[in-house]
Design a protein around this ligand. Sequence first.
Ligand code: ZN
Length: 365
Amino acid sequence: MKKFIALLLFGASFSTLLAQKHKTQNIIVVTLDGFRWQELYRGADSAIINSKFTSDKGGITKKFWAPTPQERRKLLLPFFWNVIGQEGQLYGNRDEGNKDEVANPYHFSYPGYNEIFTGFPDVKINSNDEVFNPNVNIFEYLSKQKGFKNQVAVFSSWQLFPFILNANRSGLMVNSGYTNFNDPKASERLKYLNEIQHKVPEIIGPDERLDFLTFEFGFEYLKQYKPRVLVLGFDETDDLAHEGNYKFYLQSAHKEDGFLGQLWQYIQSDPQYKDKTTLLITCDHGRGDVPLENWRTHGTDTPNSEQTWFAVIGPDTPPTGVIKTPTTIYHKQLAQTIANLLGFDFKAAAGHEVGDAIGSVTQTK
Ligand SMILES: [Zn+2]
């Protein structure tokens, strides 16, 4: 009996501790499709700049080249390196011995996003087809928790996100591809975005909205509706790499880093979000590295394309910068990490296995 009371007391104090521990009340997740850890940590690659894959060698060298990887990555991704590198954490720098990978065996997009969002590297998710995902995702789970009803919004460039997040079942607001955001209460700016998105040149293709539009939709939505959970899925880095256009691949990454900076500046200036919001940025798969032309592609036949990265900044994450511990993190751990940051245990409601949270991200400063 004594033991039972002691356990009860321990249980009660433990759950109070959990409830008090986390300052994160909002979460923003941003994905850069197929962006390599090599450019994140080393900056622009001179071998690719000096190959047939870069059209404007002089201009790109001038813009993104410097003698050391530390200088180069700062030129390419100033927000990552001036802000997250100082105040957040970055995982997957293999040059420093830290590894981040996808656990699914396929190394392409739908399996990659399924793993991140459901915490489960489901081997049955093996194509990019427009199939509704049977697995429950973390955002769907969150939207059913107290205080999160109608508080989740997803904007993506790739039109497959409503399938990946099963918008039919989950009821999540998922705006993807060249789809209008329809709400009579929407601001004039959102309505204008609906109008102009059908007028931009189809540079990538009909299934992938240009990332600046996805960002503008998401950012305007954030300012007007103030959701507690926002997901932005960018796509250009993958599309441009497949096209073999290194100049545009680098420029897109640089532009998206600027979007992240704009987003973070807003978050830290708004009372609802300031010091109560965690920003997590990652990718759905890596790409090859040797031989040189493998940077363009990924998948089971492309060695090293399971190699990924993620970055995180927020009130619960110690500002340790580049993680150098010799551990391997898997993307199946990100869903539970998001849940824990908000004080939830995703396992309870899932119905499929979920990877463990990453303790070094969720501990209080
Ligand atoms: Zn791809």
